[in-house]
Every structure is written in structure tokens, then in C-alpha cells.
Ligand binder design. Sequence first.
Ligand SMILES: Cc1cc2nc3c(=O)[nH]c(=O)nc-3n(C[C@H](O)[C@H](O)[C@H](O)COP(=O)(O)OP(=O)(O)OC[C@H]3O[C@@H](n4cnc5c(N)ncnc54)[C@H](O)[C@@H]3O)c2cc1C
Length: 400
Amino acid sequence: MDFKLDEKEQKLWERAKQFTYEHITPVAHELEKKDEFPKEVVQKAYEAGLMNLHIPKEAGGPGLPLLSETLVSEATGYGCAGMATSIMCNNLAFAPLVIGATTEQLQKYVEPLITGKEVKFGSFCLTERDAGSDPAGMLTRAEKDGDEYIINGMKCWSTNGPVASLFTVFASTQPELKHKGLSCFMVPKTKGVKIGHIEKKVGQRNSVQSEVFFDDVRVSKDCLVGKEGEGFKIAMMTLDKTRAGIAAIATGVAQRAVDEAAKFAASRKQFNTEIGNFQGISFMLADMGARALGARWMTRYAAWLADQGQRNSKQSAMAKAFASDAAMQNATDAVQIYGGYGYIEEYPVEKLLRDAKLLQIYEGTNEIQRLVAGKTIIREDGEKDTGFVIKYEGKDGPLT
Ligand SMILES: Cc1cc2nc3c(=O)[nH]c(=O)nc-3n(C[C@H](O)[C@H](O)[C@H](O)COP(=O)(O)OP(=O)(O)OC[C@H]3O[C@@H](n4cnc5c(N)ncnc54)[C@H](O)[C@@H]3O)c2cc1C
């Protein structure tokens, strides 16, 4: 077993860390106060080759594995989870297309967006006001009309919605079939696509989310991704991949909390000694470090499984829940170690706390991750004969 990254991965990891050090960490705190989309930084990330890594070579991308994406997400997430979300959002928006679209469709709709000088964005539009954890309840409809579909509905929380050129929209083509009636469409920014309210958030302010309205939007039938009725399956296959990306951003936040807290504990003195010398603080740091380490390897394992072509629903759900809980706990502990200084804006850890919370909510709340993981465990492992029962078998059969 080898825990080392290969040479290409190691170079990408170093490049992403260097990018974070130069372009994200120094500006993240100030930029988030403006509550604006950090276009300049994202443009630089695009020029540095840190975006759209999963787009296949035939469609103009580098065709890198999911593990590579998680390296960039962890490194950028270390600097700022909001900026990492802005930078990595195309992974979420384009993943359904990489999964379900033909090479010709990718060449026509995605390639022009990822090969120009200026960075362009996609936006993933699944969630609606009354359909969050349960997307089967969505109201957006797509009706076939000759060689076109007409899309009507409204999506919310669409990350990068206000700056997007292409929307990956899930809509019902057969509402009576619930989730089996959902279909996936690529919708260019065209007549009838309107951006609504832009959300004001507690954290991750270096990313942008909005409502998107689709009013009688006509798209050609070649904007359908896969077949009619395959939308739900495509969405779930997408999330199996992209949840590893969120877990990676969370790992970055969890590690940053360890590093900031350790630096502070090594210099802050009370009772004539550095507070890191108190066992209460060093034990806290040990637990924080263990959480970050666990999050990293669960994330990389979930990505590696996908790269081997293996089903990873359980592992990516577990990694997302574990890593985002780790980020939240580590951020809370870092604030505690900073004492009063942890609670004011001039120090780095209050932002970690605000940014981490969202990681437990978006791309499926952690309750939904536990639902996915729990159901899979019961299905896959519930029937397994562990040999344990035999040990306790009495003469009248297994003891219960
Ligand atoms: C900043 C941000 C960015 C986002 N970006 C995108 C995006 O780009 N594209 C997109 O489509 N969506 C996006 N989302 C939407 C996000 O994925 C949803 O908010 C999330 O899935 C939860 O849906 P909800 O907010 O409607 O909560 P609800 O589904 O209403 O859940 C409310 C509470 O009930 C719990 N709950 C629900 N069902 C169950 C259950 N079966 N068992 C146990 N508990 C349950 C939830 O865990 C939660 O605690 C984003 C959200 C935010 C906040």
C-alpha cells in the first residue's frame, strides 16, 4: 500500500498550494467583506490550470481523475472555502454532462466555455424552494415541442448562477413518475433565463448563489442530457463524485483550523507559559489533527474508488459528512483555543467557523449523507455472515 501521490498529482498539489498561498490567503478576508464574486482570483485559477480538470480531452479538457480535483479543492479550501466553491463550481455544473452527454454535445456546449481566454461558468440547478433534500418534488417542467423543449420553473441557491453561461437544469418531463420522470438539460443563457434574488450568506461570502427563473425557455432537443427520465440517476451519479470535492474543501478548512490554532497555542502565554503546554489545549489539538487526517484519507479513498470505476456512493457520503463535521468541530475548537481573540474579525478563525457551517448543508445535508450511507450499509452489509453469531450459538440455535 502506498500513500504517496504520483509525480503528476504531487506537482498539481504543490501548484494548487502555491496558488492558494499567493492569490487566495492574502486577500480572502478582505474580499469577503465586499460580498462580491471574486472574479479576478477565479480568472487567475483558470489561467493556472486549476479548473475544469474533469472535462475529457476530446472536449478540450485535461481529463484528469477525481483525485486530482480533490487535491485542488483541499488546497484552495485551506485558503478560503468560499473561493474554493467558486473555483470548483464548474465541476458540479459540468459533471452531469460528462456523465450523461455525448462527446458531440460536450464539444458543442462545454468546450467553448473552457478553452477561451476568459473564465466561463456553469451552474448546477437542482434545488427549488420546496424541493431541497427531496428533489423528486420539483415543480420545474420541460415539455417537448417538435424539435425543442420548453422549460418553465424556478431554481434557487444556484452557485455561480449570476455569472453562468450554461445552466445544468433538472426538470420533470413526466411529473406523475416523480423521480423517474426527471430529465437533465443543458440550458445556455438565452431568452427567458433570468437571475433573481442573490442570497446574503453568513459565510463563504467569496461565492455567489441566486435564484434562476426559466420562463418559456426554448432549447433544442440536443440539449437533453442522456434520455428522458434519466435525470435523477444522472444527478445522483454526479453527487457521488462531487461530494468528494466538498469533503476535500472541508479537509482544507479542518487543516487550516489545526494550523492556525497550533500557531496561536505556541505563542500565546498565560500563567507564564505558552498555552500549548497545557494538556487541555494539546489534547484538543491532537483531536483536531486526527479529524483533519481522517477527513483527508476518507476523501481521497472515495475519489480513488470513483477513479477505479467502482461505485462510491457510501464512501463519498461518509467522507462528505465526516470531513464537514470535522471542519465544523475544528473551527469551533480553534475559536476556543484563541479565546476572546477567536471571536473577532481581525483573527483568522471566526471566518473558518462561518465558512465551515455551509459544508454540512450544501450538496445534500449531512442528514442526507447519513441516510445514503446508512441505507447502503444495511443493503450491502446487513445480510453478511460475520461469523460472529456462530460463536454464540447454543444447542437450540443462535442466541439473541
Ligand atoms: C450556499 C448554498 C449553495 C448551494 N448551491 C447549490 C447549487 O449550486 N445547486 C443546487 O441545486 N443547490 C444548491 N444548494 C442547495 C442545497 O443543496 C440545499 O440547501 C440542501 O440540499 C438542503 O435542502 P433545503 O435547504 O431545502 O433543506 P430541507 O431539505 O428543507 O431540509 C431541512 C432540514 O431537514 C433535514 N431533512 C430533510 N429530509 C430529511 C430526511 N429524510 N431525514 C433526516 N433529515 C432530513 C435536513 O437535513 C435539514 O436539516 C445550495 C445551498 C446553499 C445554502
